[in-house]
Design a protein around this ligand. Structure first.
Ligand code: RNT
Ligand code: ZN
Length: 413
C-alpha cells in the first residue's frame, strides 16, 4: 500500500497521519551510551557490580572512548527522530587525571568532550547519571545508605560533583539535564534493620540536592525491586523513591524492569501524572527479571507509549532507554531498541484516542472494543515507512550494520 492509501485508511477513523508523523519528529529520546561497552565506562573497569549484569560476549565491544563514540554516533545516525545522549559519570574523560582522582573529584572539564560530541552531531541535549556501582568504595555493597560515614560521605560527594557536572551539561546544551540517581544498595539476605539504611539514603539525597542549579538540572530518582546478589532487601524501593520524590519536589523515574513481573509501568504512568508535572522513564525489557533485554515492539511497550500520548504527556514524560545486550551486535541492539520506542510512539499517535475515550465515557463498551480491535489491522507499516523516509532512513538497517561490523572487527582484532 502507498502512504497516500494508508493515510486514507486512517482518515476513515478520524486520524491524521501527517500530524502524527510531525508530532513524532518532535519527541526527544534519550539514548544511553552504555549499550556500546557493556556498561564498563572509561575508568578501566573490567567487570560490573551492583546487581546489574550484561550477558554474552559478541565481538566488537568498544574498548575505549574513541571506539565508544564511534559506535554511538553511528548507531544514533541510524535512529530516526530527535535524540539526546545519556552519559554515566563512569564515562569521564579523565586525561592526565586518570588514576590520580576518584569519583568524588570529577569536574565538568572531564565531560567537555561529551559536549563537543553532542554539539558536533546536533543532538538535542545531554542527560547524566552519577555512577554508584562498579567501584571499590562500595562497602558491603552499599553507597549512599552505608552505615560507614566515610563511605557515605564519599558517595554524597560524588553525587554533589555530578549535580555540578549536570548544570554544566545543561547550560552548554541550552537544554536542562535530567540527572538520574540510582543506587544498588541492598542486602542478599534478611536484614535486621530495614529503616536505618533508608533514613541514611534520604539524608544523603538531601545533602546532594541541598544546592543545585534549578534552571538547568532536573533531578530524578529511580527505584528497584531487587538485584542479583541483592535479593532480600532494596533500600531504594518503589515506596521509598515515590515518597522521596513527592516530598522533595523532584522527578520520579520508572524503569519497567524494576517491578514485580505482573506489575506494569503503563498503568503507573497515569497514576503518576495525577500528581506529578513530569515523570521519567527508563524503557527496558525485562524477561523474567531486570534482564535489560533490547527493547522490541511488543504489547507492554505499546501500552506505555499509549499512556504517554493519550494523556497529552509527550512534554511531561522524559523518555530514556536502558538496556544492554552483549550477545548480539551492539550497534544493532542500540538501533533496534530506539526504533522500537519510535514505533510504539507512532502507533499510539495513530490511534483514534478521542473516539475511544468518548466511547468509554459514554459506557459504549461494545463500540470501544470494536475500535480497539479494528485499528490494530490498519496499515501502520506504511506510515512507519513514510516516517523513516522523511527522516532520511529506511528499514534495511541489518545489512548496513553488518558492513560496519566487518570493518570494525577488522579494526579490533
Ligand atoms: C539498574 C538501573 C540503572 C542502570 C543504569 C546503567 O538496575 O536500571 O538505571 O541500568 O544506570
Ligand atoms: Zn534503569
Amino acid at each position: 500500500m502507498s502512504y497516500q492509501e494508508a493515510k486514507q485508511a486512517y482518515a476513515a477513523f478520524g486520524v491524521d497521519t501527517d500530524a502524527a508523523i510531525a508530532a513524532l519528529k518532535e519527541v526527544p529520546i534519550s539514548v544511553h551510551c552504555w549499550q556500546g561497552d557493556d556498561v564498563l565506562g572509561f575508568e578501566g573497569a573490567e567487570s560490573l557490580s551492583g546487581g546489574i549484569q550484561t550477558t554474552g560476549n559478541y565481538p566488537g565491544r568498544a574498548r575505549n572512548a574513541e571506539e565508544l563514540l564511534k559506535g554511538y554516533a553511528y548507531a544514533l545516525s541510524l535512529m530516526p527522530g530527535k535524540k539526546r545522549i545519556n552519559v554515566h559519570a563512569s564515562y569521564a574523560f579523565l586525561g592526565e587525571d586518570k588514576g590520580k582522582i576518584d569519583r568524588d573529584k570529577y569536574e565538568p572539564k572531564h565531560f567537555a568532550p561529551w559536549v563537543k560530541f553532542a554539539k558536533d552531531n546536533g543532538y538535542d541535549g545531554i542527560d547524566f547519571n552519577p555512577t554508584f556501582f562498579a567501584h571499590p568504595k562500595m562497602k558491603d555493597g552499599l553507597t549512599l545508605s552505608s552505615p560507614d560515614e566515610e563511605t557515605r560521605k564519599f558517595w554524597v560527594e560524588h553525587g554533589k560533583r555530578c549535580m555540578e557536572i549536570a548544570a554544566y551539561l545543561g547550560k552548554e546544551m541550552g537544554s536542562p539535564c535530567l540527572v538520574n540517581i540510582w543506587i544498588p544498595d541492598g542486602y542478599k539476605d534478611v536484614p535486621a534493620d530495614r529503616l536505618g539504611p533508608r533514613q541514611r539514603y534520604a539524608k544523603s539525597l538531601d545533602e546532594i540536592l541541598a544546592n543545585y542549579d534549578k534552571e538547568w538540572v532536573i533531578p530524578a530518582i529511580e527505584s528497584k525491586v531487587f538485584g542479583i546478589g541483592v535479593e532480600s532487601y532494596t533500600v531504594g524501593s518503589s515506596e521509598f523513591c515515590q515518597n522521596y520524590a513527592a516530598t522533595r519536589g523532584i522527578c520520579s523515574l520508572l524503569d519497567n524492569g524494576h517491578y514485580h513481573p505482573t506489575e506494569v509501568v503503563s498503568d503507573k504512568i497515569p497514576a503518576m501524572l495525577t500528581f506529578y508535572d513530569k515523570v521519567a522513564l527508563h524503557v527496558s525489557r525485562p524477561v523474567r527479571w531486570d534482564s535489560d533485554h533490547v527493547v522490541i515492539f511488543e504489547d507492554e511497550l505499546k501500552e506505555i507509549m499509549k499512556e504517554v500520548v493519550r494523556n497529552d504527556a509527550l512534554g511531561k514524560v522524559k523518555i530514556a532507554l536502558d538496556y544492554f545486550d552483549a550477545s548480539i551486535n551492539r550497534v544493532f541492539a542500540w538501533v533496534t531498541g530506539e526504533r522500537s520506542v519510535e514505533k510504539a510512539l507512532l502507533y499510539a499517535l495513530l490511534l483514534p484516542n478521542a473516539s475511544m475515550k468518548d466511547a468509554q465515557d459514554k459506557g459504549e463498551f461494545t463500540k470501544l472494543m470494536y475500535l480497539q480491535e479494528r485499528v490494530k489491522m490498519l496499515p501502520f507499516s506504511d506510515v512507519w515507512a513514510e516516517y523513516l523516509k522523511e527522516c532520511g532512513l529506511d528499514d534495511n538497517y541489518y545489512e548496513t550494520i553488518m558492513d560496519y561490523e566487518k570493518e570494525i572487527l577488522e579494526e579490533r582484532k
